[in-house]
Design a protein around this ligand. Sequence first.
Ligand SMILES: *[C@@H]1O[C@H](CO)[C@@H](O)[C@H](O)[C@H]1NC(C)=O
Ligand SMILES: *[C@@H]1O[C@H](CO)[C@@H](O)[C@H](O)[C@H]1NC(C)=O
Ligand SMILES: *[C@@H]1O[C@H](CO)[C@@H](O)[C@H](O)[C@H]1NC(C)=O
Ligand SMILES: *[C@@H]1O[C@H](CO)[C@@H](O)[C@H](O)[C@H]1NC(C)=O
Ligand SMILES: *[C@@H]1O[C@H](CO)[C@@H](O)[C@H](O)[C@H]1NC(C)=O
Ligand SMILES: [Zn+2]
Length: 777
Amino acid sequence: MSEIPNADPEGIDSVRMTWNNWPRTKVEASKCVIPLAASISPIRSNPEIPTLPYLPLRCKTCTSIMNCFSRVDFTAKIWICPFCFQRNHFPPNYSMISETNLPAELYSQYTTIEYTIGDKNHNPVGEFDVKSAFVFVLDTCMIEEEFEYVKSEVKRAVGLLPENAMVGFVTFGTQVQVHELGFSDMSKVYVFRGTKEISKDQIMEQLGIGGAGRRNVPGGAVGVGGYQQQRGMPMQNSGVSRFLLPASDCEFTLNSLLDELQTDQWPVAPGNRPSRCTGVALSVAAGLLGACLPGTGARIVALVGGPCTEGPGAIISKDLSDPVRSHKDLDKDAAPYFKKAVKFYDSLAKQLVSQGHVLDLFASALDQVGVAEMKVAVERTGGLVVLSESFGHSVFKDSFKRVFDSGEKSLGLCFNGTLEINCSKDIKIQGIIGPCTSLEKKGPSVADTVIGEGNTTAWKMCGLDKSTCFTVFFDISSSEKSNAPGSANPQLYLQFLTSYQNPEGLTLLRVTTVTRRWVDSAVNSEELVQGFDQETAAVVMARFTSLKMESEEGFDATRWLDRNLIRFCSKFGEYRKDDPSSFTLNSFFSFFPQFMFNLRRSQFIQVFNNSPDETAYFRMLLNRENITNAAVMIQPSLISYSFNSLPQPALLDVASIGADRILLLDSYFSVVIFHGMTIAQWRNLGYQNQPEHQVFAQLLQAPKDDAQAIIHERFPVPRLVVCDQHGSQARFLLAKLNPSATYNNANEMAAGSDIIFTDDVSLQVFFEHLQRLAVQS
Ligand SMILES: *[C@@H]1O[C@H](CO)[C@@H](O)[C@H](O)[C@H]1NC(C)=O
Ligand SMILES: *[C@@H]1O[C@H](CO)[C@@H](O)[C@H](O)[C@H]1NC(C)=O
Ligand SMILES: *[C@@H]1O[C@H](CO)[C@@H](O)[C@H](O)[C@H]1NC(C)=O
Ligand SMILES: *[C@@H]1O[C@H](CO)[C@@H](O)[C@H](O)[C@H]1NC(C)=O
Ligand SMILES: *[C@@H]1O[C@H](CO)[C@@H](O)[C@H](O)[C@H]1NC(C)=O
Ligand SMILES: [Zn+2]
């Protein structure tokens, strides 16, 4: 297949759509098979986006923001809203406006603009200006080696935090311990039982931060001033000075605490899992933040080394002979803990969202820890998630460090985000797939059918960053041709309004207004076809299918995808009825069937090859990454390195393997360097170290450098696998390749290629079936 062009396909707006020309009616939209959807990275950084130090103008009728698509009458000093056609007068401070003196928001290239709508976000807690807070919630049920790894990473993280970031520390095993950080010499610990659910009030009471001292301050923060109270007039309510302190003030205390901290000391009976109360620990951390810093950007950083076996959120019994639920168990409804645990995390998600706080999950274990159950709380709050085998593995260590890095590699973690969408009449919003929560804001553009977080025109993102991406699903209102003003307008408009607090504590409003064409004619029209974005369509289908697999009982994903693909090819293909050999697809569609082929074989659909935790992890990242990255998860990229040519893209097929080649596979979650047999032999003989074989040394080095470049810019850091043809690790590559050579046609394959033992159909067989079914009358 040819490659997707390298030019930034998202441009200044970071918006990509399945269809860039829209059908006018609901009926025609449904004939398009692939849903009308837009993917947006609402705060992706781009130096071309201007930042304006004033407030934008809003339409007095529909409240959308004046933008470069607004028509301006310079003499009358009026602008016309492209959404509702309201005529708005400019305020006096725009009186100098003319064709040659335009404010930046009316420049045609500035379809995306950022406004600074607030001063530095002052959230004073005593003398501290709190911009962010991190409560580390550390599992202590681990073997010594893992525990040492994770402790040293927490220390490093605290050392990287800005001085004024607030830090709290909670540990858990059989019980939960909340550590006081305020007094270094006399460190006190508050202990909570792990066995039962505990209310927010009980948490506050037990920590001595509830009741009398609790104040409601307009604008959000409860318990503000705690620090001063502690100094001036010692009071019970001093949660902020006791449990949450600026990194610079508590680093020493926390380091010595970590040095002395032991793994959970409660005896574990033979044949049992340790008693681990992850659910209660997260509840306590949420209660602590809710009491001390509501409305302030704060994250719970959970470091979990095994499954919750105790109290709410438990995913499995303590008996080791009872295995952790598999996809088969979930399918057969034979996972007795699952639904209850999900319900618990769902209510934790609600609490965190109402407080404006984020749950980040770092799970490192050989077995499952319950990512599948915790997913709802991570995703709804916009949290980060990293799954790895060990806290000593680079996937965890390097990813974790990136979270706290402030330099050029910073993730740019932002807080308190709200996304609102405005659209032209007749466009309805079905919902969003991605890391957010519905704010349940009703409006005329809310669709009846809901996809993901729907039934709203506004969403909350407690946490978001430069790479956070959302998929918005649209529908066209059923009303046939209306006579309302503007219905003759050939353009449709969408406006995405994202307010958020950046890492420096500044409140910004990003406004992205995009326009697309309506196409009036029936399906199959040239314009409609030319507006199809295959890569985006593939990713949207992957996200939509994953959602259906999670939410619809007995949903058969492969059949559903096949049926849609056949319908799609029947609609848009060119052929003579009942003549498969006559079938051709327009080049605007030609890669799409291959994307679907790879999607069908991917970890998103073939879930039985993975654990529910892994599936949950893959899907969370599928949903929050940009289209380019998500496409690589579905259809990995493969590059071939050989003596005779420059590195070049190779077909995702076993036929690409060659004894004298090196392959570099990027499947997003892992990056594989695969040495052909001959290359591996030469390397084992050390040719690369001989001066006359410099070219070979360079050949060996090139894929390593390219792999590092990928690893360098990706979060979570992917797993690097370096392997040789016929080695055991080679499966990481083989699993992703099209099985063009299987048992049946093995003889036809060239020498040196590998054979995949699989029942999978090959791409060629898949295409043959597809063509036959698509042309059927
Ligand atoms: C114009 O005045 C309004 C209302 O006072 C204000 O919100 C806005 O920031 C001003 N805009 C400019 C460009 O000065
Ligand atoms: C969070 O965002 C909302 C909506 O944009 C805003 O009203 C609120 O003041 C913000 N809270 C903080 C603490 O910045
Ligand atoms: C624009 O959004 C605002 C706030 O969500 C809503 O009140 C208004 O009705 C929307 N207007 C249109 C045309 O979608
Ligand atoms: C949307 O919200 C309304 C009221 O909040 C509710 O009655 C309705 O059932 C919701 N619709 C869907 C599809 O969830
Ligand atoms: C997608 O995300 C990656 C990593 O975050 C970034 O390097 C790349 O530029 C993004 N691509 C687009 C088209 O936004
Ligand atoms: Zn308007």
